[in-house]
Design a protein around this ligand. Structure first.
Ligand code: OGA
Ligand code: ZN
Ligand code: ZN
Length: 365
């Protein structure tokens, strides 16, 4: 039997499941924290049962006489001091970090037909995006705008200044080096946006050019290596906001964020890295000196071949990846060759929601 003495009264009362405190139709709270009596205290505790017969404790509150029934299982899982609080699913704690050799046995991939018809395949694929940072769909129809249909299997398309989708092919007057045949080193997209698009899709329609191979790097793993090898460099990169910028005739975007974003507990949570769009840092000279040393060191690390997973997209492949964690790259290609990808952005919290609902359905069967 759990003891309620460790439970702060306002915390416990805030979690009262009764129908006066939470709307039974949706579980949403019906009161403001300011509406609870300032002198709130537990008056008495009794053993009881929930309406469906599970062991529970009933708390009678002073001074208002309100009664709350807490299932023992809920208390056992949530009382302060019972296990560690779960992470938010987005930090290094909830990920499987990787170097390229992790995929010697194959990539996390699924066939489009199986993905669309089998909820278990769909769940495994979405789970790979959350855990490993990416998944590859094969045999996706090679159709204009199909990338939007792929995004809509798990969420909403995030439209940007590039449109609801963007064309990655050689353009006559490119507003981005991605739309040339140039080599593109490992980077995250749209770091000049805040919030940044958290998911990216790249659907290959043609890849007949010489070159144009793809690369992925786990930025969380790389940042953790930097932390181990050069703690002072890691510290600088997690602390100094970097002005990212993009502008063309119709757009002017700026975001100021560190290259390595950490959560309040110091866990790695977001990588922004894009040499093309780093603007001019304005900091004291000595800080700029150490920042640039750290930036070079991290950039060097991101170019290590053992960290970069190399592969080649074929027509019908659609890569889905976490743009807050993975860096993507491509080798240069002959501009005379036929290479065409369509890209789109979406939200990783939406993907996680779709997966959670899928898991409910899979486990209910
Ligand atoms: C991009 C990009 C990769 C590729 O468009 O942002 O990185 O393979 N493209 O062309
Ligand atoms: Zn209540
Ligand atoms: Zn890119």
């Amino acid at each position: 039997m759990v003891s309620l003495t460790s439970a702060p009264p306002f915390w416990l009362r805030d979690n009262c499941p009764c129908p006066d405190c939470r709307d039974p139709r949706n579980g949403q709270k019906l009161f403001q924290i300011t509406e609870l009596p300032a002198a709130l205290a537990v008056d008495a505790v009794h053993d009881t049962r929930t309406p469906d017969g599970a062991p529970a404790r009933e708390v009678v509150w002073a001074p208002d006489g309100h009664r709350s029934v807490y299932p023992e299982t809920w208390l056992g899982a949530h009382l302060p001091g019972t296990g560690t609080a779960p992470g938010d699913g987005r930090t290094e704690d909830d990920k499987e970090p990787w170097a390229a050799s992790r995929f010697d046995g194959g990539l996390p991939e699924a066939d489009w037909d199986a993905y669309t018809t089998d909820p278990a395949v769909r769940a495994d694929t979405l789970e790979a995006v959350l855990r490993l940072g990416f998944a590859l769909l094969r045999n996706v129809p090679v159709r204009d705008r199909q990338v939007l249909a792929v995004a809509r299997t798990f969420g909403h398309v995030r439209e940007t200044n590039y449109g609801e989708l963007f064309e990655v092919r050689v353009e006559a007057d490119p507003n981005n080096l991605a739309f040339t045949g140039a080599r593109i080193t490992p980077h995250t997209d749209n770091p000049y946006r805040d919030p940044v698009p958290t998911l990216q899709l790249l659907h290959c329609l043609a890849n007949a050019a010489r070159g144009g191979d793809s690369g992925l790097v786990d930025g969380f793993h790389a940042a953790a290596r930097l932390r181990a090898e050069a703690p002072e460099a890691y510290e600088i990169l997690s602390r100094v906001p970097v002005p990212f910028a993009f502008s063309d005739e119709r757009t002017e975007l700026h975001a100021h964020r560190p290259l390595i974003g950490v959560d309040p507990a110091g866990r790695i949570r977001e990588i922004r890295f894009n040499n093309r769009s780093i603007g001019t840092l304005r900091q004291p000279a000595d800080l700029l000196e150490t920042f640039y040393a750290a930036y070079r060191r991290f950039a060097d690390l991101l170019l290590r071949t053992e960290l970069r997973l190399d592969f080649r997209l074929a027509p019908g492949d659609c890569l889905i990846f976490d743009n807050t964690r993975l860096l993507h790259a491509r080798t240069a290609f002959a501009e005379s060759g036929d290479r065409h990808l369509q890209g789109a952005y979406a939200d990783i919290d939406g993907l996680a929601s779709t997966l959670a609902v899928l898991r409910r359905e899979v486990s209910a069967r």
